[in-house]
Design a protein. Sequence first.
Length: 393
Amino acid sequence: MKDAHSPAGVPGLRVFSITGNQVQAWPEGSAETPQPQALPEQGFLWLALSRSHFEQHLSAIQASLQQLTGQSLVDLHVADLLNGQLPSRYDFTSHYDLVVFRRLAQQTSTAPRHSETKAAHAQGKRPGPPILRRIDTSPVGFAVFERVLLSVHPDDCAVREAYASRLLNATSDKTLAHDPRSAGARGIPLGPADMMLRIVSQMVDAYLDLRRELSRQLDHWQAELIHPGARFRRWDALLQARLALHQLEDLCDDQHTAMLNWNETLDDWVVSDDPTALREHELLKLRCRDVLEHIDRVVHHVRRLEHNTETAVQMHFNAQGNRTNDIMRTLTALTAIFLPLNLIAAVFGMNFEFMPWLHKASAFWWTLGGMVAVATTLALVFWRKRYLARTGD
C-alpha cells in the first residue's frame, strides 16, 4: 500500500504473518486493500505502518485491531503514535503495551522529510560537521498486543525495510529458523514483544556507524586543537558538535528509562508453568537486558566523546597560555639583555664637556666590545637558565 505522502517505492503498510519458523509477507496492493481481519491459527501478525498511512487510515486500522485483538488503541496513545517529536517513553493498558523509541540511525534517504526541509530553510545550514546534518532521531511507536505487533514508523524509515528483509531472509537459513537462541535481528522472533525488542536493538546498534564517523571528526578537531602551531577557527562547528552530543545523551537517557520501565513489567507477567512458555519469557527478559546494555554502551561512548572534546578544548587553551608565557619570557630576557647596553649608551650620551675616553680614538671600540661582552654573557646566562628555550618542544 503506497500513500501520497510516502516516498516513491515505500509502502505505507506492510503485514507479516509469523507462524513458528515461517514468515509470510502479505502482497502489497493498492491503497484500497483492506486491513487484515483474522489472526493466523498459530503465531502472530506484524503490522508495520508509516506515520502518514496510520493517520490517513486510522479508522480502518482501529476496526482491524478491534477485530483481531478485541481492543483498539486509546486516543491518547494514537496521539503519541502520530507525534513526530515525542521522546522515548513507555505506557500500558490491560490489553497492550505502548513503547515509543527514538531511533539512533543515520538518515539514508537522500530526500529529507518535509518538516526537515522547512527547518533547514528557516535555520540555515548547520555549521557543524556533515555527520550532524544526517542524524535522524524520529520516534518509532510500538503497540504490543498478545498476538499482534503494531509499529508506526517515519515515512522514510529504513529500519522497517531493513528488518523486514532480515526477517524474510531468516526463513531461508534453517539453522537460525530452528534455533530460538539465534542472536541479533537475524532470528525469527518468538512473539510480538520479542520482535519489538529485536527492532529496538537494531535501532540502537545502528548508532555504531554514526559513532565511528562522529568520533573520527572529533578526533580530527582534537588533533588540531592540541597542535601548537595550528590556528583553530571551527569554534561554531565544535559548539554544534557538543550540543549534538548533549542531545544524544538526553535521547539515550529517555530510551534507557522507557526500556527499563518496560523491563520491570516483565516480572509482573502471568506465565504458565509450561517449560516452553517459561523459556520464552526468560529469553524475552534476557533480550530486554541486552537492549539496556547496548543503550548503556551508547551513553558511555557519548559521554566519553563529550569528555574528550572538553579535555581537548582545555588543552588547547593551556597550550595557548604556555605559548604566551614562552613569548613573554623570551621578550623579558631580551629586554634584560639590552638594559645594560641602554645604560652604557645613556652614560656616554650625556652632554658633559669632560668625560673619560670621550676624546680617545680607541674609546668607541672598547665601549662597543664591552657592550657585546655584556650582552653575550647575559645571553649565555639566560640560555643556561632556559629563559630563552622553547618549552613547547
